[in-house]
Design a protein around this ligand. Sequence first.
Ligand SMILES: Cc1ncc(COP(=O)(O)O)c(C=O)c1O
Length: 452
Amino acid sequence: MSADASRSPSRLPDPPDNRSNPLFEEEQLYIAPGSQSISLNSRLVIDHGEGVFLTDATGRTFLDFFSGVTVGSLGHCHPKYVSALTEQLQKVTFGSFTTAPRVRFMKALSEVAPGNLRRTHLYSGGSEAVEAAMRLAKAYTKKFEFIGFWGGFHGKTGGVLGMIGDHFKHQRGPLPPGVYSVPYANCYRCPFQASHPSCSFLCIDFLRKFIRHNTSGSIAAIVVEPIQGTAGNVIPPSGFLKALAEVAREAEALLITDEIITGFGRTGKMFCVEHEGIVPDIMTIGKGMGGGFPVSGLISTDEIVSAKPFSIPSASSSSYGGNPLAAAACLVTLETILEEKLVENSRSVGEWLLEQLRELENRYPFVGQVRGRGLMIGVELVRDKKSKEPFSGQGTKALFQLALKEKMILMITNSVIRINPALILSREEANLGLEKLKKIFDTLEKDRLYRE
Ligand SMILES: Cc1ncc(COP(=O)(O)O)c(C=O)c1O
C-alpha cells in the first residue's frame, strides 16, 4: 500500500472541539440545510469581534482572513462604525425618504467613482444589484441578451443564474434564455491550453466568434468581475478588460463590471477597473461598501439611468434599498476608508503580504500559484504542480481544520485559499497570518495531507 493510499479520512486532523458550543447543535435543529460551508465546517459560535479578530463563545480568538466573504472592510466593530450606526438607530431606521447620510454618501461616492459614473441606486443583496443592472441595461439598449464568464459569480437568483460559469447551475434549470457564459482570462488554467501573452487573448477572439455564432445579436451587456472572487481571486492579465470594453462597443452592448467584491479599496484602488484605466457603463457595488451591513447597489451615468422603464417612479426601488441604516453604514464606511487611507493600506500591506506568500510557491510542493492585488490574494492549491491537479475535497478540509487549530479563519473555494482580510489589516497582523499559514503548510507537508 502506498503512503498516500494509507491515509484514510480518519487520519485527517480532528475538527476543533466545539462540543462546548451547544448553540451550534441547537441551531441545527431549526436552520434549513444549505447555509455557508465555512459556517457548517467550522461549527463556530461567534460571540464578538474586534478589528481583524473574532472570538467564539468558548473564548477562543481567531485571526479573521475571511471578513464575511469580504464584507467587513473596516473589520469588526470599528469604533466609528459602531458610533455612526448607534446614532442612526436612535434617529430613524426604515423607510425610503431622503436622509442626510444618504445624500452625503451618494455625493461622496460620485466623487470617487470612475469617470462619469455618478447616479446610484441602493439595494440589499449582491444578486439583487446585478439583476437591477441587467434590467437597466435592457432598458437602455432595448436588447435582452447577456454574456458572463466561466468562473464568474453574481449571486444565486434566477436572473443571474445563467451567467454563473460553474456547475452551480446544474439542476437549477431551466435557465433564462439569452444568458450565456464564455471563458474568462484565467491564465493559470487556460481553457484553450494557451499561454499569455503569446495567445494574443484567444478568449477575446472566442468571445467575438461566440457573439457571431451563438447569440441573436441582441446583446444588452457583457457582465464581468474585474477579478473573479468566488473562482479563487483570479486576476486576468492587463488588457483583458480593455478588450472586453472594445467587444461591448462593437456589439453595441454595455459593459457591466461587477465590483461587489473588488470595490471600495479591496484591490488597492478604490475600484478595481482603475488598475486598467477603463470606465464601465454600469458598475455593481456592495459587500465592503456597507462594512457588513446588507447593502448593495449600482452606479451609472446620467444618460443610462434615465432609460425607461428603469427610471419610472417605483420601477427600480425596493423595500430596504438605501434605508436610513444602510445609508449611515455606507457613509461611515466610505468616510473611514478615505480618512484612514485604507485603500493605500490595502495596497501596501497587500503588496508586502503577496511578496512573502510568493516565496511559499518554491517552498511547498502544493502551492501552485500565488496571485493578488491589494488585500485580495489567492493561493492556488494543487496535488501536483506539473499537472495542476487541484486539492481534493479531503485535502481542502484538512487545511481548513488545521487553520482552525491555528486559530485562523480561512476561506477556501475551488481549491484556492482566498485571503480577504479587512482593509485595516496592519503589517504585524499580516505577518501573524503569514506565520500561521506557514505552520499550517508545514503540517500539511509533513503529514502529506495535500495528497489526500
Ligand atoms: C462579484 C459578486 N457579485 C454578486 C454576488 C452576490 O451577492 P449576494 O450573495 O449578496 O447575493 C457575489 C457574492 O459573493 C459576488 O461575489
